[in-house]
Design a binder for this molecule. Structure first.
Ligand code: ADP
Ligand code: MG
Length: 335
């Protein structure tokens, strides 16, 4: 449904989006997750045809966004980071105006608007001036304008930013509802939001995709047999020291005592090793008993920190000999 290939966007010498490729399937809710300055808005602006890429292509239902912009754009409803609202108009005047831009026929207009206002629950503020609405309601009007023309694809750039918790939940809920009959791309720098709403997540950092998968798979692949919650019986200090002395184990944290002489530890091993075997051998060597072993699932937060950290480290390695430390705060001041 959406095919993005080798997208690059350069602003002068700075690369905002650095060779990213991905596809979005029909009916999917894809989350763009990344810190400020990661390139989320830039990517969305390119996909929706607002700005041109430096190179690379975007196809929307087979139509190239540059070669056949009208056909491609007619499939997309877009809520940009700053919604294009005319704040001195009433809600109805504004939505009417958007209908004209999107060439909705006069005869259809009333029906179309009634339906959309009903979906985003703004019928009761139809005659209010937009600037007098709360932020949450302004955002609903922004989503309403994206829905006009019945696009198959919805692209929502940080739709809950600046909203209060109640508004956030409401907006999230109807994004989920909209996801039932639309393909949605949603960006956020809030991890819990992405995991609450999206089927799949694409993590962006400094213009590159550092991970993409379903939320469950990401968690599974990155933490598989790597971090365990173990329950062991024996002398607490001896066990702790024995585990810590193991070369492939990077951290041992005691969780508590369950029964007498039975302790719980979170043990983490370096990558590329099966921690279960290491713990098993360690227990035999040091004469303690393993009563239980459970993998520790990583939260999306952990994964995010981990993949962005890997990325930062590899950047550091690449620039190790050049004495500069740019890249650690780059792009963070653009909120
Ligand atoms: P995000 O939406 O993830 O916060 P953006 O796509 O807005 O990130 O920005 C990515 C990078 O591109 C940032 O470093 C930002 O400063 C830069 N950038 C964005 N728009 C422009 C522009 N019009 N001119 C110059 N640099 C820009
Ligand atoms: Mg942005």
């Amino acid at each position: 449904m959406i095919e993005v290939s080798n997208l690059i966007k350069q602003y002068g010498k700075d690369i905002a989006v650095n060779d990213i490729s991905f596809t979005v399937n029909e009916g999917e809710i894809l989350g763009f997750l990344g810190p400020n300055g990661a390139g989320k808005s830039t990517t969305m602006n390119i996909i929706t045809g607002y700005i041109a890429p430096t190179s690379g292509t975007v196809k929307i239902c087979g139509y190239d966004i540059i070669d056949e912009p009208q056909k491609a754009k007619s499939k997309i409803g877009y809520l940009p980071e700053i919604p294009p609202l005319y704040v001195n108009m009433t809600v109805d005047e504004y939505l009417d105006f958007v209908c004209d831009i999107k060439k909705i026929s006069k005869g259809d207009k009333k029906d179309v608007l009634e339906k959309i206002k009903d979906i985003v629950k703004i019928s009761h503020v139809s005659n209010k001036i937009i600037k007098n609405l709360s932020k949450g309601y302004k955002q609903r009007v922004g989503i309403a304008q994206a829905l006009i023309g019945n696009p198959e694809i919805l692209i929502l750039d940080e739709p809950t930013v600046g909203l209060d918790p109640k508004e956030i939940i409401e907006i999230r809920d109807f994004i989920k509802t909209l996801g039932k009959n639309h393909t949605v791309i949603l960006s956020s720098h809030i991890l819990s939001e992405i995991s609450a709403v999206c089927d799949r997540v694409l993590i962006l950092n400094k213009g590159v995709i550092v991970a993409q998968d379903t939320t469950e798979n990401l968690s599974e692949n990155l933490s598989k047999n790597h971090k365990m919650n173990i329950s062991v019986k024996g002398d607490k200090e001896n066990i702790k020291t024995a585990l810590e002395n193991e070369e492939s184990i990077v951290s041992v944290i005691q969780q508590g005592e369950n029964e007498k002489d039975t302790y719980q530890f979170i043990v983490e091993a370096s990558e590329n090793c099966d921690i279960r075997e290491v713990i098993f051998d360690n227990a035999i060597k040091n004469n303690y008993k393993i009563l239980g072993m459970n993998p520790v699932e990583m939260s999306l937060e952990d994964i995010f920190l981990k993949v962005t950290d890997i990325e930062d480290n590899s950047i550091k390695e690449n620039t190790e000999n050049e004495e500069n430390d740019e890249g650690n705060s780059e792009g963070e001041g653009n909120e």
